[in-house]
Design a protein around this ligand. Structure first.
Ligand code: 13P
Length: 340
């Protein structure tokens, strides 16, 4: 591991006002999103959609890194240019999702454990040779009356730390993603408690597994009330709860925090990120960035509908969301931007 290179990559990923674009949906997830819009669920449609994303003009002005899927890192544009080259030429660092999915956890009804450690060392070497400079692993934590269990939190935190250590050994920056899910009727306060416990456990494990904190990116959920909680929260409340929770649990050595969107609308995700950057401008030790999939891609996907004639309009929608999030990093996003 070259520690200087690692920390340099981590810092570059969250430098200035850029953020990450997650475009690493697995085949079943991508198909599910296509099916909802009546887009054919074929390999060529998935490839064409990813070509639309990576060839979006101006994307590199807002996006520092793109997270690809195993299949996507091997794919090419119609003219034969590898996606990795297209991304790199746009000034975007290629990354790769390396977990193999969240599976039902034995003995823990309603909970998942993320798999993918077996053979990971070899896969990381291959991805690095293909040009990836960072990686992602997502753990999911469900909230319920009796959830999450300590067993689920500890097993997922341990796996995240083992993954992170292997990434750093291979010279890849690990994006560490423990996602507390939005599903359920839990309150903002409960989400805050669970998120704090999860993050504390993750950082304990990262320490135990000798992971260099200066060479990681944390990708957490924002602290939000559950989707069906009758008391939803104002933008500023979410911003305050989220940053206060992170200040308690995330060491200052971590260079950047890049949020997942988790099913929030694009506008809300931008507004909440904006409020965090505005309200905690001089009170936070790490960069507060984004690593959204749905909150950047969804409008573009809805416009595209699988039709060649819609590609340009879809790309405009994609870069618009990316620009909104760039503005949110500076604390300069406002709802009027959505009208332009
Ligand atoms: P969302 O922003 O759609 O939650 O996706 C982020 C991600 O990469 C999930 O692993």
């Amino acid at each position: 591991m070259n520690a200087q290179e690692l920390t340099g990559t981590a810092r570059t990923l969250v430098a200035g006002d850029k953020g990450l674009l997650a475009m690493d949906e697995s085949i079943p997830t991508c198909n599910k999103r296509f099916a909802r819009l009546g887009i054919p669920q074929t390999e060529e449609a998935r490839r064409a959609y990813r070509e639309l994303i990576v060839t979006t003009p101006g994307l590199g002005e807002c996006i520092s890194g793109a997270i690809l899927y195993d299949k996507t890192i091997r794919q090419r544009k119609k003219d034969g240019t590898p996606f990795v080259q297209v991304i790199t030429d746009a000034g975007i660092i290629p990354g790769i999702k390396v977990d193999t999915g969240a599976k039902d956890m034995a003995g823990h009804p309603g909970e998942k454990i993320t798999e993918g450690l077996e053979g990971l060392r070899g896969r990381l070497v291959e991805y690095s040779q293909r040009g990836a400079r960072f990686a992602k692993w997502r753990a999911v934590i469900a909230v319920g009356d009796l959830l999450p269990s300590r067993g689920c939190i500890e097993a997922n935190a341990h796996a995240l730390a083992r993954y992170a250590a292997l990434c750093q050994e291979a010279g890849l920056v690990p994006v560490v993603e423990p996602e507390v899910l939005m599903d359920g009727g839990h309150t903002l306060k409960r989400c805050c408690e669970v998120t704090e416990e999860v993050l504390r456990t993750v950082f304990n494990q990262l320490y135990t597994q000798r992971v260099t904190l200066e060479g990681i990116i944390l990708k957490p959920n924002m602290v939000l009330p559950g989707l069906t909680c009758p008391k939803q929260a104002a933008v500023d409340e979410v911003a305050d709860a989220t940053v206060r929770c992170l200040l308690r649990a995330v060491p200052a050595a971590v260079p950047g925090i890049a949020f997942l969107s988790g099913g929030q609308s694009g506008e809300l995700a931008s507004a909440r990120l904006n409020a965090m950057n505005l309200r905690f401008k001089s009170r936070r030790p790490w960069a507060l960035a984004f690593s959204f999939a749905r909150a950047i891609q969804q409008p573009a996907l809805e416009i595209w509908q699988g039709k060649e004639a819609h590609v340009l309009a879809a790309q405009q929608a994609l870069v618009h969301r990316a620009r909104c999030n760039r503005a949110a990093r500076r604390g300069e996003y406002n709802a009027a931007m959505e009208g332009t």
